[in-house]
Design a protein. Structure first.
Length: 441
């Protein structure tokens, strides 16, 4: 008489369960094979280092194959959109810049364009202010794509490119600090123009960057494009064709990597982009490799735009002439590095009483915006960044809602991941370039 080396199976809420007490597993499960159709559920995140921030993916796996993928967002919720309803229109710039923290200039510009459209002053924005906006946005696009290249490289095992991508991004952040005083979250682009002019030393730094960067891009391609592991991890991985992109509302480099040359700078120009010469890179394959190729090409096109913007910079004001809208931007820092200098305060106080009152009301209360609602969209690094702004005629927004590309693009992840390997979830998710600060605003 032999003793059974396992107890009989039993049905539970989780399916059929075997209690194994010894013996060979293959022998135990032969005949019934309870794990043939068994699927396990894995939580990837919300703290996983390879999910581009606090994103949670619930993956149902059969072996290493993803059968079902669900994205869970909201772990980085900041309530920025709701907070805007309790601040005046200019203060909103300080909030929106913190949404997509890799593309702060785009958040600010889209918001400023929406407020200016409500005010009816779009045509009053000075040429120099508009050119500076283009200059700053294209530099920001380059820095954002460099972070994408760096982080995606790291997630696929290319550690060197992570170091190099962040190294070149630091150069751009130094330029931003020279112009705005801050590396990130600048609140530089404001309704009516920009906070302050671009200093000459920043122009020198930008030209040095334009001279240095083409060589760096060539180094990136030499490092990655011919590397067998890189090509294996990116080609024919996480494919999403143009039909899928359009059905899901996907925009930006992901859409263009599927072959559709849809770029709002060309199709629905703003900030004078129709007067600049640049191409819209596309790729036919719609895979991770195509998204890599498109973003590298976009860096080159942005460099062309930055150079053209530098050549277009003409002397002039950087804020609208209407002093009831123009935020007092030319501030002089005190000797302690904090607050306004005595000379600046004396200048304000030494003007007429009327100008002092206007200054006080503008800073404390803000300007009034006529009632109405607008939608303004721009081409951000991740796709269409739209602002729906509603005014009830007061000094604060009634409602501001962002059509944020990270949030919309993330719904493509199940379409990319299901049926593929769990390792390719990382490559596919990274190729979308989501920034959760924008997604969870």
């Amino acid at each position: 008489m032999t003793t059974s080396n396992y107890a009989s199976e039993r049905e539970t809420d989780e399916g059929r369960v075997f209690t194994v007490t010894g013996g060979d597993w293959d022998t135990i499960v032969s005949g019934t094979d309870p794990i043939n159709d068994e699927r396990i559920v894995v939580n990837m995140g919300p703290q996983h280092p390879s999910t581009h921030g606090v994103l949670r993916l619930i993956l149902e796996l059969e072996g290493e194959t993803v059968r079902e993928a669900r994205a869970v967002v909201g772990y980085l919720h900041t309530g920025i959109e709701k907070n805007l309803e309790y601040r005046n229109w200019v203060q909103g710039s300080t909030f929106v810049t913190r949404m997509d923290y890799l593309a702060p200039i785009f958040n600010e510009t889209a918001y400023a364009l929406a407020v200016e459209k409500l005010l009816g002053i779009t045509d009053d924005i000075t040429e120099r202010a508009t050119t500076i906006r283009v200059l700053m946005m294209e530099l920001n696009r380059i820095s954002s794509h460099l972070v994408w290249l760096a982080t995606t490289g790291m997630e696929l095992g290319a550690i060197s490119i992570m170091l190099y991508g962040f190294r070149e991004r630091e150069y751009i952040l130094d330029i931003f600090e020279t112009i705005t005083g801050l590396r990130m979250n600048h609140a530089y682009v404001r309704p009516g123009g920009v906070a302050q002019d671009v200093p000459d030393e920043a122009i020198v730094k930008i030209r040095e960057f334009l001279k240095m960067m083409p060589k760096k891009l060539k180094e990136y391609e030499d490092l990655l494009s011919g590397q067998p592991i890189w090509t294996e991890r990116t080609k024919n991985v996480a494919v999403l064709d143009v039909t899928g992109c359009v059905a899901l509302g996907i925009t930006g480099p992901v859409l263009r990597s599927a072959g559709l040359a849809w770029d709002l700078r060309k199709t629905m120009p703003y900030c004078g982009y129709e007067n600049y010469e640049f191409d819209v890179p596309t790729h036919p394959d719609g895979d991770v490799w195509g998204r890599y190729q498109v973003r590298l090409a976009e860096i080159r096109e942005s460099m062309k735009l930055v150079e053209q913007a530098l050549d277009r910079l003409r002397p002039g004001p950087v804020m609208v002439a209407d002093r009831k809208i123009a935020w007092p931007a030319q501030l002089a820092i005190g000797v302690d590095g904090m607050g306004n200098s005595l000379e600046h305060v004396a200048k304000i106080m030494g003007q007429s009483m009327e100008s002092l009152i206007h200054h006080f009301k503008l800073v404390t209360e803000g300007f009034r915006v006529p009632p109405g609602q607008v939608y303004v969209a721009i081409e951000a690094p991740r796709g269409e960044l739209g602002v729906h702004a509603v005014s009830d005629g007061g000094t604060r927004p009634y409602r501001v809602h962002y059509r944020e590309p990270s949030f919309v693009n993330l719904q493509a992840l199940p379409a990319m991941a299901e049926g593929g390997l769990i390792a390719d979830v990382i490559a596919g998710g990274a190729s979308l370039d989501p920034v959760m600060g924008g997604c969870d605003r």
